[in-house]
Design a protein around this ligand. Sequence first.
Ligand code: CTP
Length: 404
Amino acid sequence: MITLKTKKIILGVSGGIAAYKSCYLVRELVKLGAEVRVVLTPSACEFISPLTFSTLSRNEVIVNIFPEKKVNTKTSTWHIDLARWADLFVIAPATVNTIAKIKNGIADNALTTLVSARRCPLLIVPAADEDMYLSQSNQKNIADLKLQGVYFLETEYGELASGLTGFGRMAEVDLIVEKIKSIISNSHKDYLKKKILITSGPTYEPIDPVRFIGNRSSGKMGQALALAAFYRGADVTVITGPTHLSYPSQIKVIKVKTADEMLDAVKKQFPKCHIFISAAAVADYKPKKVSPSKLKKNKTKLTIELIENKDILKEISKSKKRNQIVVGFSVETENEISNSKEKLIKKKLDLIVINNPLREGAGFEVDTNQIYILRKDGTLKQFPKKFKIDVANDILNEIKNLNE
Ligand code: CTP
């Protein structure tokens, strides 16, 4: 059973009638052993008194960015201290307004200021009237935040405060608690002081100034690994090919386009890292010649000669020091295990993550993955279909177990 003992949770409450349910949420979390600090927006105070949350959480409640009492320099950085203290940040209810502010990085009250300074996973539990919830701008904000790796517990269908029935009801407390447990089970800071280098996304190999050869990688697996490692305390650098994803500012992101650029960047970063995870879908081939001008449609047949790209992992493994760990991915649609074993040996890997994009719920462009992990000592583990962030945590757990 997952316990919340010793877990530190910030609960942000914004101004909606569902704020009354958050009182039960605090009570439940405290009962399960969590330490809860509540932050209210000024509008939330219109619905529920800070005293209620303070009594239930047995802690002081934060409403103002600037505390009323005269402060010394130490306490004036409370938002940084608290943001670093937390294992998880939950906002329930999150109004359309608060979601929009977070999406745009606005930090104009205590809650949004803390969100911008956080170093832990963020779970947003929205609540609104149906039209507001389903509005194009709110749905776009939610979609954008999901691309940043923010967790959401979507609203339920049911009776709303307006008397209407529809989507917009905040998820029930027991569901929120279950979601918190699943996120927090991997929130220990066991990667503190570890430097992790991750490659992610596709590479684009140019044909001419407007065309390229690419692949379907979305970069979501690499992003999930970067976020999971960051939340577990690691110092993370990501070298990413072109994607639509974004990262928290504390993660160093190096953007590249081609396999050659990725190789150069990895060569520079690798000596500084303890662990290298190669999650990128690097193009195996590139056009031999890149046309300086757009190719014209003046022939009935076009042949593009391709030459092999360097294998980044293989190159890098040559300079691997004894205390460094190198992890590869293997995309296979047949003979997954035997082919991957060959790659593990050829590329001198400590561990290889195997997936088959043809399997339901695995592969590119989806939010889930289903993997095997093969270690260099021959141990093979199969994992069930999971969200990519959970797959990322499984991979980090296996890396940690390598020396056992
Ligand atoms: N990789 C790499 N450089 C390349 C190609 C692949 O570093 N030029 C890395 C990938 O990031 C991955 C691993 O090698 O971690 C295996 O990639 P995969 O595409 O599964 O296999 P390949 O070695 O490219 O072989 P094949 O495409 O024939 O299966």
